[in-house]
Design a protein around this ligand. Structure first.
Ligand SMILES: C[S@@+](CC[C@H](N)C(=O)[O-])C[C@H]1O[C@@H](n2cnc3c(N)ncnc32)[C@H](O)[C@@H]1O
Length: 409
């Protein structure tokens, strides 16, 4: 029998190993691209898909593989535990797991894109439809500054917490949560707690925002199970605090320098950002009308005191009657969004748009084809469509396109 050399050994040098679960063709493609673009030292410090580089464990592998990960989920439900432990390399590391937001990026994909696009500390990366701020967190983990914009005030809260929690004083957080029962009483009694109205710039505000997110997470969790908020709140709080604490310890040990983030509640159709000021954009718009983000987050938004109807008017993907009219409005908004993105981007800077093929809901219209066309009409140069499969949603969406453009001014 002829001897066979495994694919990985053909692609990478000896003593290089991929992170567990890297088994999709597109992941291999990105891993190889990182391998071609980054130096050995950069691969150790920044790579998304490598576990070993010339026998040395990568920073990313160490970040995913915290010793205490079992302990963090000591009190989680079996489902949550399995979700995070199975997905620790793709969804659950650093602060990404703090709020399990539906439809978020795989953080590893973002890390790989930042590497491939050669975005470094000193650059600013923008996600103008940021959702749970996955791009901001990944950029900050690599020491890169970022701006995250989302129309939803709840997403803005999530983004603030997830980025702030990357680099905080754990002692202050522990001092605030010393009496969880009293905190919960206050949060339940006051709707939007007085603290946030009265202490706009207080240093402790960001710490209290963590507690507020824990509460809102608990509200959602309680509505999906038979457990009460009173029962769940201390457990969710403990999960958040231990996740943050163990990451802080690991970050200090590894000497990670965390970038800064600006989280803004605003519309991509009218970005409060200067012309020619951003070094890269990575974003993912709503996939036409696949998900009603406002309805998903209704309990949280109502608690925060927002009117869903006025947010709905600006939300991409939520207007119109019948498929044709909905699509027309969707593409009109996407056209405006692409124009705004071009305005704030520096010359020759990259823009990556990730969008799902949603042709069952759109009567066969391919969203990515139209987005490429709109981008080119705005003066962006399209140069690559990398296809990736979507797991678990096969009946409505089979794959996503990662579209690469460059801003030609
Ligand atoms: C596919 S999700 C982004 C998820 C994100 N990539 C993540 O990792 O969490 C699309 C986001 O676009 C936001 N969005 C919709 N219309 C918007 C608008 N006009 N301006 C800014 N954000 C908008 C939604 O609130 C939603 O969070």
């Amino acid at each position: 029998m002829q001897k066979h050399k495994p694919l990985i050994e053909k692609l990478f040098a000896k003593n290089y190993q991929l992170i567990d679960g890297t088994d999709e063709i597109f992941e291999l493609d990105l891993a190889l691209w990182e391998y071609e673009v980054l130096s050995k030292e950069e691969l150790i410090n920044r790579s998304a898909y490598l576990k070993l580089v010339d026998g040395i464990e990568t920073t990313h592998f160490k970040t995913c593989n915290l010793q205490n990960i079992e302990e963090i989920h000591r009190n989680s439900s079996f489902r949550t535990k399995v979700f995070f432990l199975d997905g620790k390399y793709s969804t659950g590391y650093a602060t990404h797991s703090l709020f399990p937001y539906r439809g978020k990026f795989h953080p590893q994909l973002i890390r790989a894109l930042l590497n491939i696009l050669e975005i470094k500390p000193g650059n600013v990366v923008l996600d103008p439809m940021a959702g749970s701020s996955t791009v901001a967190v990944e950029a900050n983990l690599l020491g890169i500054d970022s701006i995250a914009v989302d129309l939803s005030p709840f997403c803005a809260l999530m983004g603030k917490v997830k980025t702030f929690a990357l680099d905080l004083d754990i002692k202050i957080l522990e001092s605030i949560i010393i009496k969880p029962k009293e905190l919960l009483k206050k949060l339940k009694r006051e709707k939007v707690p007085e603290y946030f109205k009265n202490n706009k710039d207080d240093k402790k505000r960001s710490y209290y925002e963590i507690v507020l997110l824990v509460f809102l997470d608990t509200v959602g969790f309680a509505s999906r199970t038979s457990s009460s908020i009173d029962n769940l709140f201390p457990r969710v709080l403990e999960r958040y605090v231990s996740t943050i604490k163990y990451f802080q310890e690991a970050r200090q040990k590894m000497g990670l320098k965390i970038g800064k983030s600006k989280i803004i509640q605003a519309s991509v159709l009218d970005l409060p950002i200067d012309n020619d000021s951003v070094d890269a954009i990575i974003t993912s718009p709503p996939y036409s009308f696949a998900i009603d983000y406002l309805k998903n987050d209704q309990p949280q938004l109502e608690y925060l005191g927002y009117n869903l109807d006025s947010l709905r008017e600006e939300m991409i993907g939520l207007q119109g009657r019948g498929i044709e009219n909905k699509l027309e409005i969707y593409f009109d908004k996407m056209n405006q969004a692409l124009g705004e993105m071009k305005r704030v981007l520096k010359k020759n800077a990259p823009i990556v748009i990730i969008i799902g093929t949603n042709d069952i809901q759109t009567n066969g219209v391919r969203l990515e084809t139209k987005v490429i066309e709109l981008g080119e009409r705005q003066g962006l140069k399209f140069w690559l469509n990398l296809q990736k499969p979507i797991r678990g949603l096969q009946n409505t969406m089979r794959d996503e396109s990662v579209l690469f453009f460059t801003n030609q001014k």
